[in-house]
Write a protein that binds this ligand. Structure first.
Ligand SMILES: NC(=O)C1=CN([C@@H]2O[C@H](COP(=O)(O)OP(=O)(O)OC[C@H]3O[C@@H](n4cnc5c(N)ncnc54)[C@H](OP(=O)(O)O)[C@@H]3O)[C@@H](O)[C@H]2O)C=CC1
Ligand SMILES: [Mg+2]
Length: 364
C-alpha cells in the first residue's frame, strides 16, 4: 500500500477490520503537501474497506450508442454530478427518509470516490462541492487530475453550523490527456444583475489528437418560482459560451444541474441555441428525443421530488456520443429514494463517452 509511515491515522481506523482499512493511507492524509501519485486501485480498496458494512454499489451499465465507424482516438469520458454538499445534506435539504448515518461524511465521501473511481472519467464536472480543498483537490490531483473550484458568492452552506466552507462548482480533467488552453470563472447574471450562481468554462486541447474543445460546468438557481431567473442565467451562460467558443467554432460540452425540467424555458434556450447543442442523455430513449424520467429522486417534508434536472449538452455536429451510463432503476433506488446507504447524493451521476466527428470544421 505504499509508504504510510508518519501519516495521520483517523479514529475511523480503529473500527475497521480489513487489512486495507487498518492502514488507510490516502483517505486520512488528504494533505496538499503529499503529491505522490496514488494507484486508483489502492484508493478504491481503501474506500471499499471503509464501506464494508454497507450494501454493495448497484451495477450500472454503459449503453453503446455508436452509429458509425470507431474513431482512431480514445473517447473522452465526461462525468456530470451534483454530489450533494455535506452541509446542505445534513443541515438544509430535509431528506426525511434518509437515515442520518447514511450522511456521515467519512463514509459518504468514500461512496462518492468509489463512483468516480468506478467510471474513471477523463473530465469531472461537479456541483455542490464543499470539500474541495480538504478532500477532492488533494486526492484527485494525486490521481492525475488538474482541478478548478469556483464557490458560490453566498453559499447556503455558510448558514449551517459546523459547515466546511462554501459550496460551488468544480471541474477536473486528466493532465495526461489534456492541456489547459484557457479557463474562465463566470458569475452568472440575470437581467444584468449579479446572481449567486456560477459556472466554470475551460478550453482544453487533446494531447493525442491536438483537437481543442470547450468544457463548462454550472449549477443554476433552485426551486419553483425561479423559472424566469434560471432562464436569464441560462441566456447569460450561452452568451459567455458564444464568446469562449469563438461563435461556436470550438466544439462544446456543457454539464450542469440546471434545476429545470425539459419543459422549462432555460432548457428550450439550450436546445435551440445557435451553438447547436444536443442533450446527450436523450440518446438513451428509444426515439432519441426524450430526456430520462429522472436524474434526482428524494423525499422531503413536502413529499416525493422526482425530476430531470441534470444534463450534458454537446455540439451536435462536432461531437458524437459513443456511450452513456444507464440510470439506476426505481427498484435500485429503493423506497426511501436518495441519498441512501447505497448512493451518496440525491442526484445521479451522468457519464458519457464522446468522440470527435470526422469532417470539416465548418460543421461546428
Ligand atoms: N448570507 C447572506 O447574505 C446570503 C445568504 N444566502 C443563502 O443562500 C440561500 C439561497 O442561495 P441560492 O444560491 O439562491 O440557493 P438555491 O435556491 O439555488 O438553493 C441552494 C441549494 O438548496 C438546494 N435546494 C433546492 N430545493 C430545496 C428545498 N426545497 N429545500 C432545501 N434545499 C433545497 C439546492 O439543491 P439542488 O440544486 O440539488 O436542488 C441548492 O443546492 C439562502 O436561502 C440563504 O441561505 C443567499 C444570499 C445572501
Ligand atoms: Mg442539492
Amino acid at each position: 500500500m505504499g509508504n504510510g509511515t508518519g501519516r495521520l491515522y483517523s479514529a475511523l481506523t480503529k473500527t475497521l477490520s480489513s487489512a486495507a482499512a487498518q492502514h488507510p493511507e490516502y483517505l486520512v492524509s488528504a494533505d496538499p503537501d503529499h503529491l505522490e501519485p496514488i494507484d486508483p486501485k489502492e484508493l478504491l480498496e481503501e474506500c471499499r474497506a471503509v464501506l464494508h458494512t454497507r450494501p454493495p454499489r448497484y451495477q450500472r451499465d454503459f449503453v453503446d450508442l455508436r452509429t458509425d465507424c470507431p474513431s482512431s482516438h480514445p473517447p473522452i469520458r465526461v462525468m456530470q454530478w451534483n454530489i450533494l454538499a455535506q452541509a446542505l445534506g445534513e443541515g438544509k435539504d430535509n431528506f426525511v427518509q434518509c437515515p442520518v448515518e447514511a450522511l456521515k461524511w467519512e463514509e459518504r465521501k468514500c461512496l462518492i470516490l468509489e463512483e468516480i473511481l468506478a467510471y474513471q472519467p477523463d473530465i469531472l464536472c461537479l456541483q455542490e462541492v464543499d470539500h474541495y480543498f480538504d478532500t477532492f483537490q488533494p486526492l484527485l490531483s494525486r490521481l492525475g487530475y488538474q482541478g478548478t473550484f469556483f464557490p458560490k458568492p453566498w453559499s447556503p452552506c455558510l448558514d449551517v453550523e459546523h459547515n466546511n466552507g462554501p459550496d460551488g462548482c468544480a471541474l477536473f480533467f486528466l493532465q495526461n490527456r489534456f492541456k489547459l488552453i484557457n479557463s474562465t470563472n463566470i458569475r452568472l447574471t440575470a437581467m444584468t444583475l449579479k446572481t449567486n450562481q456560477v459556472a466554470i468554462a475551460q478550453t482544453l486541447e487533446c494531447k493525442e489528437s491536438g483537437r481543442q474543445f470547450c468544457i463548462a460546468v454550472t449549477h443554476l438557481k433552485a426551486r419553483t418560482g425561479w423559472e424566469r431567473f434560471r432562464s436569464a442565467q441560462g441566456c447569460d451562460l450561452l452568451q459567455n459560451l458564444q464568446n469562449i467558443t469563438q461563435g461556436a467554432k470550438i466544439p462544446l460540452i456543457v454539464c450542469g444541474d440546471f434545476n429545470a425540467e425539459p419543459t422549462e424555458e432555460v432548457y428550450q434556450h439550450f436546445a435551440s441555441s445557435s451553438l447547436n447543442l444536443n442533450s446527450a442523455y436523450k440518446l438513451l430513449s428509444p426515439d432519441g428525443q426524450s430526456e430520462p424520467p429522472y436524474t434526482t429522486w428524494k423525499i422531503r417534508t413536502s413529499g416525493e421530488c422526482r425530476h430531470t434536472l441534470d444534463y450534458i449538452w454537446y455540439s451536435r455536429h462536432a461531437l458524437n456520443v459513443t456511450s452513456a451510463l444507464d440510470l439506476l432503476t426505481e427498484e435500485q433506488i429503493g423506497p426511501n429514494r436518495l441519498p441512501s446507504f447505497h448512493y451518496p447524493s440525491d442526484h445521479l451521476s451522468l457519464v458519457c463517452d464522446f468522440s470527435f466527428s470526422e469532417g470539416p470544421d465548418e460543421l461546428f
